[in-house]
Design a protein around this ligand. Structure first.
Ligand SMILES: C[S@@+](CC[C@H](N)C(=O)[O-])C[C@H]1O[C@@H](n2cnc3c(N)ncnc32)[C@H](O)[C@@H]1O
Length: 331
């Protein structure tokens, strides 16, 4: 069993409070956050949550830390990063407001977040705003724990890689909350590149892949991840390497091998290889889980492929000749 794997046997013992803030993560993931706080983390190095939203995940983790004899609230700090407001490009939902929608003329749920997290404010450090602005490019202090629920775009993932992954050391724990998201393949191929230096905790917990760093990560590996300079083929290879390591999630509901195959289609899609993307995705339309949960992904990939096909048909010399002939006949 892996070091973190021992926490899986404790899921049934966790009783979460009924008044937990609204959250976008599952009860399983909340329980895992609690267990990490309660039984694993020490707070001697930085504890970081990227993408705290309305505070559900923050609350579960903070509650575990609060109950842990290993965590000293006087010195340990949990850093919570988020826009804490809704609006274009934030990826935050109005459900993070108490009323379930933003009040007239106000787009910030920061005060509501503070109020919900009140019992834990003494050891909570809140960083409100765009991660590129609120994180310190010169901070080199080691990170003990990183919850990544923020990397919805490659631009934000670049910030996560440059400023946080570079601070991981042996023993650090990372949770990728969006690992079941095929549209975020940077999470998957970067994890592939890290495989020689990490130990995957066990089956993902719903959408979350958890791992522990077991060897120092070489600087050149971190640089390629931050610069996203893997070749197209290398990205696919790295995702395949992760596919070999994980299958269904802990609850049995998410088939990760198929999810990661669809992530490969997105590598192709973002690279402008729409034909290839649809060739990878098409056979997956018969996957029960993907067809039920990712119909919009298939539609997007198919549309891009068909658009390309129409455009290249319009450009072919034969089509142009046919058009000219038709025009000549008409006149
Ligand atoms: C899926 S939500 C987080 C959900 C939360 N962990 C929970 O328990 O419900 C993702 C969050 O990432 C934040 N986010 C996305 N991009 C960001 C950025 N560039 N800077 C700061 N926050 C960002 C959004 O504001 C949003 O609240």
């Amino acid at each position: 069993m892996t070091n973190l794997g021992r926490l899986y046997s404790l899921f049934d013992d966790v009783q979460l409070p009924d008044n937990l803030p609204y959250t976008q993560v599952s009860t399983w993931e909340l329980k895992f956050l609690y267990l990490l706080g309660r039984h694993h983390l020490t707070g001697e190095d930085r504890l970081v949550e990227l993408g705290s939203g309305g505070g559900g995940s923050t609350y579960a983790l903070a509650m575990g830390l609060h109950e842990s004899p290993m965590f000293d609230e006087k010195t340990g700090r949990l850093h919570a990063y988020d826009f804490f407001r809704v609006g274009k490009g934030t990826f935050a939902t109005e459900k993070f407001f108490d009323a379930g929608k933003a009040p007239e003329g106000d787009n910030s749920f920061l005060n509501e977040f503070r109020r919900r997290l009140d019992p834990f404010l003494p050891f909570l450090e809140i960083h409100a705003g765009d991660l590129w602005q609120t994180s310190d490019p010169d901070d080199r202090t080691p990170v003990e724990f990183l919850h990544i629920d923020i990397a919805k775009t490659s631009r934000v993932f670049k910030c996560v890689s440059e400023r946080f992954l570079t601070r991981l050391r042996p023993g650090s724990v990372v949770l990728h909350q969006d690992f079941a998201g095929p549209r975020l393949p940077w999470l998957h191929y970067s994890t592939g590149a890290l495989l020689p230096y990490i130990e995957i905790a066990g089956p993902p917990i719903r959408s979350t892949l958890a791992f522990e760093v077991v060897k120092p990560i070489p600087e050149d590996v971190l640089t390629v991840i931050s610069e996203d300079s893997f070749s197209y083929d290398r990205k696919l290879e790295l995702i395949s390497a992760v596919q070999e390591r994980i299958d269904r999630d802990h609850t049995g509901g998410i088939p990760f091998k198929s999810v990661l195959e669809l992530a490969k289609a997105y590598v192709a899609h973002y690279d402008g290889r729409h034909k290839q993307a649809w060739a990878i995705a098409r056979p997956l339309t018969s996957d029960e889980y993907l067809s039920r949960t990712r119909a919009d992904h298939f539609e997007q990939l198919k549309k891009a492929y068909e658009r390309d096909r129409r455009q290249s048909a319009g450009r072919s010399p034969m089509t142009r000749i046919k058009r000219l002939v038709r025009k000549a006949v008409r006149s």
